[in-house]
Design a protein around this ligand. Structure first.
Ligand code: HEC
Length: 248
């Protein structure tokens, strides 16, 4: 299962936990005639909060692992997502401290709780929600095949390295930076399009620019749309990556 799909599915659990936490809080503080036992509800709310934190940490682990793996520049959407995620964890720590230690602030804990729930929805909406939408809930729509009849501009292959060492280095780089979002050996779309035949087809799958090494190098440095930029990669690495892509 792609790591993004797993994250998105886990975030649905987080979403439900946030809703449930709101419900228990409103039942405790928002009603006069109570149908549930208040002490029990508070316990449920606390356990709910702990489970929420554990799921949050698990998802955050996947996120950080991805960032460390790709060292990619985050897209604007991903940057926004991390700001919301950081706010959630800070507010959560604040709320727990109000309930446990700084009891004078106890009343504020309620409004912070509502804020945490709201930020949880935005945090998930800008990440898991987005991912599930564009992949139709993980049922990966294959990228449209381009017509194979069109000719590639002549002389294009001249710049591509073909020695085994470059290809090997390119493959290693690909496995550390690209495989999260791309499948090298098929045309199935993950977050980005599959890369099978990427330099053999006449056009690049998404931008529909000619499939030249120059355009691929450009995609790596200045992505067409949602792909993170790898502008920090030295020329050497980009050439090796292209040597590997050329074998697909
Ligand atoms: C976070 C996900 C992600 C990572 C990591 C990623 N890509 Fe992409 N890639 C995408 C998306 C999304 C697209 C669709 C086009 C776009 O948004 O720029 C894409 C498109 C492409 C395309 C086709 C561009 C076009 O013009 O159709 C190429 C080639 C490509 N990526 C190469 C790479 C290489 C090489 C790496 C590793 C250095 C890489 N990608 C890493 C998400 C990613």
């Amino acid at each position: 299962m792609p790591v993004f799909l797993m994250k998105s599915l886990l975030s649905i659990v987080l979403f439900i936990l946030a809703l449930f936490a709101m419900f228990t809080m409103f039942e405790v503080f928002g009603k006069n005639g109570k149908i549930f036992d208040t002490e029990k509800l508070k316990k449920v709310h606390r356990v709910n909060g702990i489970v929420y934190s554990l799921f949050y940490l698990l998802i955050a682990y996947f996120c950080l692992d991805f960032i460390l793996g790709t060292k990619a520049e985050p897209s604007p959407r991903a940057a926004l997502h991390s700001v919301f995620a950081l706010s959630v964890i800070i507010l959560l720590a604040l709320k727990v401290s109000f309930v446990r230690f700084y009891r004078q602030f106890y009343n504020q804990a309620k409004i912070i709780g509502v804020l945490i729930a709201l930020l949880t929805f935005v945090m998930i909406g800008t990440s898991g929600g987005y991912y599930l939408l564009i992949t139709k809930f993980g049922t990966n729509t294959p990228v449209k095949k381009v017509a194979a009849s069109e000719e590639k501009p002549a002389g294009v292959k001249s710049a591509v390295r073909t020695n085994a060492n470059s290809i090997k280095k390119g493959k290693d780089l690909y496995e550390s930076k690209c495989y999260f979002c791309h499948d090298a050996y098929s045309n199935k779309a993950g977050v980005g399009p599959g890369h099978k035949g990427i330099l053999k087809n006449p056009l690049l799958p998404v931008s529909k620019k000619p499939a030249t090494p120059e355009n691929v190098a450009n995609q790596i440095r200045n992505p067409f749309r949602d792909m993170p930029s790898f502008s920090y990669l030295p020329d050497e690495d980009v050439l090796n990556l292209i040597a590997f892509l050329n074998t697909l």
